[in-house]
Design a protein around this ligand. Structure first.
Ligand code: UGB
Length: 582
């Protein structure tokens, strides 16, 4: 009854207009209120707040009000890092030391609609040389960081917490992936799943809730966005628990960036040494690239903030504030606004204090598609949305908000776009496809090995699914082998060289490449120390057309596969020194 009164007070009578007399469809009516109760309890402030916020934002949208009214954008200054220099190495060491006090949060509630993939994105192979999926790589990276950090502190046995935010679209498949793979080696108690609820859809400018077209006793719902992660963490009680365990940092990341963990140690080092309350990871951004731009906003009243401005808003904001070219590259060939890769490092103490005030509510937006310029009706229902990177918007000016800029090749290779859309990306801009995401892993690993003195052959250019990509030697390693630059440097000795047609898989912590001459495929799995190798047996790379339905979907979206003609695989299961040549 209270829920019904609340809905009537908020102008939602239409939800009941079609209801038959008592006694008819009573179970369905109860089901309706079950859903209303869930929608009410999962939104900070309940449905009343949701409807009121919607009315306000819809009115602003109708009036064409710019959310950045009164703000002037300018280029902020951040912490640029150069991979492998002394500063980078010492920041990585500081980050590894600090990581035992961290918790990791993966937002994985989104479905890969743009990618044209029906499964969950974290189950996709990060690369197909080993076939390890994104989730496995993330978990192995966290475990390796945990091991390395604890090694620096005698007697430290901390288990780094790992939270995964799911949604109804991804929850069951995520749990199944974890359970059927024994949590990829992580203790199940370390992993917490928080499921975000969808929010009610809005049918018109008066924020009347939309009924499901297929069920008149159900409110239509849609995802609210990754910003939900803050209110879920707040209401879960995990933040207070982490604080009581002495934790200091919460690291947020997204579902398909296979390079991200190359950037985590040094970025956490920046947070720890600079004392940042908020640290966002950024990369040089090409103008119009579909990632947000980190921008300094100065209000006419003097307020300033450093915040992500989403890619579809940066161009109009710049044009409206005296930059007639809008979102354009400058003389460096990049936009002057660094690209947000949505990896955030928050200092736990100030984060909790802020959430006590906001309960995790994040500034929202609405994006209705109107039927015409009168803006009186929508083409289809809309909803409020929020983004996790908008967290700093409510912070006081005293908050220390910074960002860290890394090379793209090292830190960012998301998998978001389907082959057809990727092939249409303007030349020079990144494809953000399964094809480019995988090739970026080989490129990064090749460049890292070059940086520590190995001779790695130049790439060749191939076109897969209409995308021109550089194909570097297919080099991949487990996180426990090469967690930081220093780890890799210590493990590559002598004059090693790897030819373009080679593939190298390194699985194990203490494998040393000493004078390795590789022209073929080598897979090394070792439990303990080993010194190796040479061999000449090959895998062939084959084109696969994405329209070829005889191939699996995950192969089709990348446009190639490895034909594993012959290989030598060696497992070192005994401790001690080994050598191999072939
Ligand atoms: N996600 C959720 O968990 N729940 C949701 O309701 C929605 C998403 P997209 P997009 O660096 O790569 C973001 O769809 O639009 C998860 C930033 O806003 O991939 O490309 C989802 O599972 C942008 O500023 O985001 O944009 C995924 O893990 C830029 O930084 C994550 O949220 C860009 O990512 C992101 O979802 C980028």
């Amino acid at each position: 009854v209270e829920l019904a009164k609340m809905l009537l007070n908020e102008g939602q009578m239409h939800l009941f207009e079609h209801w038959p007399e008592p006694g008819v469809d009573d179970d369905k009516k109860r089901g309706f209120f079950d859903q209303v109760r869930r929608l009410n309890s999962s939104y900070p402030g309940g449905l009343v707040s949701y409807i009121q916020n919607a009315k306000k934002l819809l009115a602003h949208s109708k009036a064409g009000k710019n959310p950045y009214d009164g703000f002037t954008p300018s280029v902020p200054s951040g912490e640029p890092l150069n991979f492998g220099d002394d500063n980078f190495v010492s920041l990585e060491a500081a980050g590894v030391k600090e990581v035992r006090n961290a918790a990791f949060v993966l937002v994985a509630g989104g479905l890969g609609e743009r990618l044209g993939y029906k499964g969950i994105k974290v189950a996709l192979p990060r690369e197909t040389t080993t076939g390890k999926c994104f989730l496995q790589h993330y978990i192995e990276s966290i475990l390796s960081l945990q091991e390395a950090s604890c090694k620096m502190f005698d007697g430290c046995h901390t288990k780094i917490p790992f939270v995964i935010m799911t949604s109804d679209d991804t929850n069951a498949l995520t749990i199944k992936l974890l359970e059927s793979n024994s949590y990829f080696g992580m203790e199940p108690s370390q992993v917490k799943i928080l499921k975000q609820e969808k929010v009610a859809c809005l049918a018109d400018n008066d924020a009347r809730l939309a009924l499901d077209p297929n069920d008149k006793y159900k409110i239509q719902t849609k995802p609210h966005g990754h910003g939900d992660v803050h209110s879920l963490l707040y209401s879960s009680g995990l933040l207070e628990q982490w604080k009581s365990e002495g934790r200091k940092w919460v690291l947020f990341f997204q579902d398909t960036n296979g390079l991200l963990f190359n950037a985590i140690p040094s970025a956490l080092g920046v947070s720890a040494t600079k004392g940042y309350n908020v640290n966002s990871l950024a990369i040089p951004r090409k103008a119009k690239e579909a990632i947000g731009g980190i921008t300094k906003l100065t209000h006419v009243d003097g307020r300033t903030m450093v915040i992500n401005v989403e890619y579809n808003q940066l161009d109009p904001l710049l044009r409206a504030t005296g930059h007639p070219d809008g979102d354009a590259n400058c003389e460096t060939g990049y936009s002057p606004y660094p690209g947000n890769i949505n990896q955030l490092i928050l200092e736990l103490g100030p984060y909790i204090e802020e959430l006590k005030k906001t309960h995790g509510a994040i500034s929202e937006f609405v994006n209705p598609k109107y039927t015409d310029s009168t803006k009186m009706a929508f083409k289809s229902s809309t909803r409020l949305e929020c983004m996790m990177q908008d967290y700093p918007k409510t912070l006081p000016p005293s908050a220390k908000v910074g960002f860290t800029v890394m090379d793209t090749w090292l830190a960012y290779a998301p998998v978001k776009n389907n082959p057809e859309d990727a092939a249409k990306v303007p030349k020079g801009n990144p494809y953000h496809s399964a094809t480019s995401g995988e090739m970026a892993i080989y490129r990064a690993n090749s460049l890292i090995l070059r940086k520590v003195g190995a001779q790695i052959a130049d790439p060749v250019v191939y076109t897969f699914n209409g995308q021109e990509v550089e194909v570097w030697p297919r080099i991949t390693w487990s996180p426990r082998w090469g967690l930081t630059f220093k780890d890799v440097e210590e493990k590559v000795r002598g004059n090693s060289s790897i030819s373009q047609r080679s593939a190298l898989v390194i699985n194990g912590r203490n494998i040393f490449l000493e004078g390795l001459l590789l022209d073929g495929t080598l897979i090394v799995n070792a439990v303990d120390d080993a010194e190796l190798l040479v061999m000449y047996i090959i895998w062939i790379i084959r084109h696969v057309d994405y329209k070829d339905t005889s191939e699996k979907e995950e192969t089709r979206i990348r446009g190639f596969k490895f034909e594993k003609v012959e290989q030598l695989e060696v497992d070192y299961t005994k401790p001690g020194k080994h050598s191999l040549s072939a």
